[in-house]
Design a protein around this ligand. Sequence first.
Ligand code: BGC
Length: 741
Amino acid sequence: MNESKLHDLINSMTLEEKAAQMSQVVSSFLHEGSGEEKITGPFAGMEVANEDMSGSGSVLGASGADDLRTIQRAYLERSRLGIPLLFMADVIHGYKTVFPVPLALGCTWDTEAVEKSAAIAAKEAAAAGLHVTFSPMVDLVRDPRWGRVMESTGEDPYLNGVLARAFVRGYQGDDLKNDQSKLAACVKHFAAYGAPEGGRDYNTVDMSRRQLMEYYLPAYEAALDEGAELVMTAFNTVEGIPATGNKWLMRDLLRKEMGFDGVLISDWGAVQEMIPHGVAADNREAAIKAVTAGLDIEMMTPCYIQHVKTLVEENVIQEALIDEAVLRILKLKNKLGLFENPYRGADRELEETVTLSDVHRQAARDTAAKSCVLLKNDGVLPLRKDRNIALIGPFAESTDLMGPWSIFGAEEDVVSVRTGICGKLDIEPAVEKGCDIEVISFEQLEAAVEAAKKAEVVVLALGEHSEMSGEAGSRTKIKLPDAQLQLVSELRKLGKPLVTVLFNGRPLDLHGVIDESDAVLEAWYPGTEAGHAVADLLFGDTNPSGKLTMSFPHSVGQVPVYYNSFTTGRPHNQIPSEYRFASKYLDAPNEPLFPFGFGLSYSEFTYSNVALSSEMMEESGTIRVSVDVQNTGAVAGEETVQMYVRDLVGEVVRPVKELKGFRKVHLEPGETKQVVFELDEESLKYYHSDLTYTYDAGEFVVSVGPDSRNTEGRRFTYSPAIRVRSAVGEHTTRVYGEERF
Ligand code: BGC
């Protein structure tokens, strides 16, 4: 359909029909014959989710080719204008073939793997009739108390941006209309949802505009630049105004400055939440604020459906604002080809063949293995397959390994650690639970100790159950539950080699685990193929290559702790340790236990010959940064070489390091490769105090290494010709060395 026809369509719509396009409800509201009694929550008792289903233009959370075809058919039969429904859902890290949680996907540092995981998710979900996924979630995260850190790819704006692009490419492909195995992507949660005070979900976010732009916006920008069709608002406030009704954030920043012209949808209930937030007195006022801010679709609350018509009739809101929102929604439906084929993609036979296919499972297994991070290895790993192993822990046989936001995955499809390990061994391992996730009994402990005594090596499968993270999964304690720590401590006393595998959704305080174990593998929630992937790593069939994308604190008291921090005016590492008045803790180091970028391998990688092609970068010029990386270990492996930059003297304070590039290299034993990065002035830019995005002339340090802590740096000078405005007009000048502008 061409755009002028869409305009004609809008001209023929009633205000009620327009408000319906702007409202979204869950599918149970729409099922034929579901009856008023099923309609709960804010829509209860309303005529909106009525028999002709006209109260909504899109549906949330339903899936399955047959079901969605039925809903669509019934809707269209009764629809006056024949505008099809849009089906949206949270396909976050896989559909039925569940991939690792996004924080783990981030730890792959592998854009191809991430893109492929999204493409597979889209393929399965599109065959099940879905059109839109509420992914990627690109909120930058620094506080592991927040349960939703597992939905993000981590603490770094650059890496989050690169991965956001990979997700969008994987979901959307190049042609949403003709490639029906793709989904439209909805980037969320705009903006800064990743920074709730105290790590408590839905809590206040308050940060400077400069911080917002520099750290929190880049990943949204990257996703939009890659073409993400939708944006979801955030629950939190931004500068004191809830994001969903924040006109500056949505109209000025997102629409005008960032150029977003797609569909803006609220988060679940976020329009009505403006009432408890205390910026709207009632649903009517909430609707006014949301429409004025430019929100196209209200998810799950009835402010639009109740008030849009009268607000226009009473001239409180111009109909043009409503038409603009409806046009964006219809354009999306049109882009997906729904006017030509309202059943786009929904195909039961295809759904049955593609979901959980061998190819998809294999991709999930490979990706899961890449996402696990080896935190410690005193030489006990990889395990020999002829060893007598005891597998102990609440996750030994658990299938709760998909993590939060895997709503379409089924536990019966998940490969447990036991199954994975048994597939590698000639002798069946002894398997004991040892304790439940949060409770331990004497009998459980005794059985575990007995099994461990007979074994040569103990593999401990520990962690958080998936409800302990995810939405509304905030915690003030980020250690493993006491029951599991007691289990570790008792087993440690036996003096057997202990290999701990962790399943969890956040960086943990590893007291009671890290020193007590001979090896620790952070497996996150690896998804459907969890057990296979973990076993591949434990027995060395796959060499670990994952690297952390979020720092692991020593303890919760250090939180937030992240690598790209400021030095402060009293840098603890530049002031003698006996001097008290430095920026430090009296009882803990400033640095995290494991920094951003950290992860071990069964290979050893040695870095040497860090060199710059020049010590001077000219305007629009580049510097080549090179380093030799050698695999000095005995097995082939993959290393992620990281490049960081520091601006030594900025107009505003600059972080001690900022990731500006990375490369993954595969190295055979003994092999050396030169890794080369091109550094240009784009990498030197940042937001200045007046919010201009530009660079400083002066001294910089570029450093490379295997993680954000262990890097080797070289200095260079950036000497651009800069434009200066003066009374006589604009002219170009050159500023050298220490001078700044
Ligand atoms: C979450 C969103 C999600 C939405 C729809 C909300 O509670 O914050 O991330 O997309 O629900 O399920």
